[in-house]
Design a protein around this ligand. Structure first.
Ligand code: ATP
Length: 272
């Protein structure tokens, strides 16, 4: 059974909506499509698989533990002076529209930051944003800014040259960087630059998860809309209350809670 996917490209999906693993299979289609379009590197497929495995352990839903990280992240982003959303191939494949919506609620800054950076991939990513007319209009009106393509002239210290390239107006000068699906090295390098790093990573054991200021252990397409919802809500709150939310958050504690949650879930699982 075929049906139309409801994304902007009106792509035909071969996954029946009634399939019990519909959402997961649709995400798989999206990453494969991004690979075909030259947006995603092959290694991005294995990174996706690792995420899927952890999502099984978590139960494929946003836990209350992740919700605490989401709220702390929203508060941190609203308080930030120069927040930047870093995106890579996997993020674009799965959550391009959701990222655009979040950026619009902030200062509009989205920076392309690729592990496997090639000119061709950069061009393909630019095309993926511009061929969506709604996004193109937002780029033209400066509601969102796509950085890191022609302006990645600065270098993150202690990272090899290609992976460390960033934009002066973007990640280089940011105080808070949201890095969905990032690798540990870069997260650590950004923290060492004095930045607050918010990561989204289904693996609570990854170096990214452990090095970040705040780690959201949740699936990207589930948590970005929630993050946007809380950003909208928190923009109406006073700064002191937001600072309280951030100050009361402890990332190590949150990761421990998540590991306990997974462990208890597995111990008490009904396999019938
Ligand atoms: P690290 O270098 O931080 O130890 P890593 O080697 O796993 O971790 P990557 O290979 O860059 O780093 O993997 C990216 C991470 O993204 C993986 O840990 C995976 O769990 C996570 N991930 C993959 N898909 C998703 C998704 N859809 N939502 C959230 N996280 C995801």
């Amino acid at each position: 059974m075929k049906h139309k996917d409801n994304d902007n490209n009106k792509k035909i999906s071969f996954v029946p909506k009634t399939h019990p693993r519909y959402k997961s299979l649709l995400n798989r289609e999206k990453v494969v499509e991004a690979l075909d379009k030259g947006i995603l590197a092959k290694a991005g497929l294995t990174a996706h698989g690792r995420g899927e495995a952890f999502d099984y352990l978590i139960g494929e839903k946003t836990t209350d533990i992740a919700l605490k990280s989401i709220k702390a992240s929203a508060a941190m982003l609203v308080l930030a002076e120069n927040p930047v959303i870093s995106i890579n191939g996997n993020t674009i494949a799965l959550a391009k529209d959701e990222i655009v919506q979040l950026a619009e609620e902030l200062n509009g800054k989205i920076e392309v930051n690729l592990f496997y950076r090639t000119k061709e991939r950069e061009e393909n990513i630019k095309k993926a944003f511009e061929e969506d007319l709604t996004i193109k209009e937002k780029l033209n009106n400066n509601k969102i800014k796509l950085l890191g393509l022609n302006d990645a002239n600065r270098q993150i210290p202690n990272l090899d040259s290609l992976r460390g390239k960033v934009s002066e107006k973007g990640i280089y000068s940011a105080d808070v960087v949201l890095v969905p699906l990032e690798d540990g090295d870069r997260t650590e390098a950004l923290v060492n630059m004095g930045k607050k790093v918010i990561s989204i990573d289904l693996n609570p054991l990854s170096r990214t998860a452990r090095k970040s200021t705040i780690t959201i252990v949740d699936e990207i397409t589930r948590c970005i809309p929630l993050l946007t919802k809380y950003v909208k809500e928190y923009k109406k709150m006073d700064k002191k209350a937001l600072k309280n939310i951030v100050d009361n958050y402890d990332n190590k504690e949150n990761l421990k809670e998540m590991l306990n949650y997974i462990s208890n879930r597995l111990k008490t699982m009904d396999l019938g």
